[in-house]
Design a protein around this ligand. Sequence first.
Ligand SMILES: C[S@@+](CC[C@H](N)C(=O)[O-])C[C@H]1O[C@@H](n2cnc3c(N)ncnc32)[C@H](O)[C@@H]1O
Length: 216
Amino acid sequence: MDQNPTPSFPANAFRRQDETPDAAFYQSPRFVAHIDEGAIAAVTQLYREFFPKDGELLDLMSSWISHLPPEVPYRRVVGLGMNEAELKANPRLARFVVQDLNQNPTLPFADNEFDGAAICVSIDYLTQPVAVLRELARVLRPEAPLVITFSNRCFPSKAIAAWHALDDRGHLALVRQFLLAAGGWHGIELLDRSPNPRRSDPLFAVVGRVEKEASS
Ligand SMILES: C[S@@+](CC[C@H](N)C(=O)[O-])C[C@H]1O[C@@H](n2cnc3c(N)ncnc32)[C@H](O)[C@@H]1O
């Protein structure tokens, strides 16, 4: 028997209560923090640990805050999200792209363009997460880290059905399955970085590294 089959998902795992185009939902900017201070600090600490100083980073599903460590310089941070005003207000972004990944999961970046990528409190809104993660493996350099973080809150009408069906542990396992299905990822770690579960929003992370040959 195959011990490591490529996971597949039933189509209705990706249905959402609100299946109207995401552009309408994200039309107005939301200058809010989607997780509390403690959880944000946990995200920032992960970035400190995984993203190389002076690297080129991609903040996917970005808004007006990227949670990057303020003391660490990066050569270039590029954001992709749905709301132009939010992205324009993000002081860490050198460049941004407005793109609906549920309509077009192809990333508008070159192969091997980035040294790291982040998806913060947003993976649950992707209806084609496997296609997006496959694209991320293409645009990241060999061994570059992808840090996917999430808490226990969401916009319920826009989160996929599979997310609603699972608890925190299930979410970690699901995101790992997305990476396995995409292929091109290794060293996948499932982390609980909740600062203090009783006082702060919990914070979970799935981290993977790109597995591919360095191009000459
Ligand atoms: C809960 S917010 C998180 C924003 C930011 N990552 C943060 O940590 O504050 C969800 C983000 O996902 C982005 N997003 C949602 N649906 C998307 C889609 N279909 N394509 C691209 N980005 C999307 C939105 O623009 C929004 O910025």
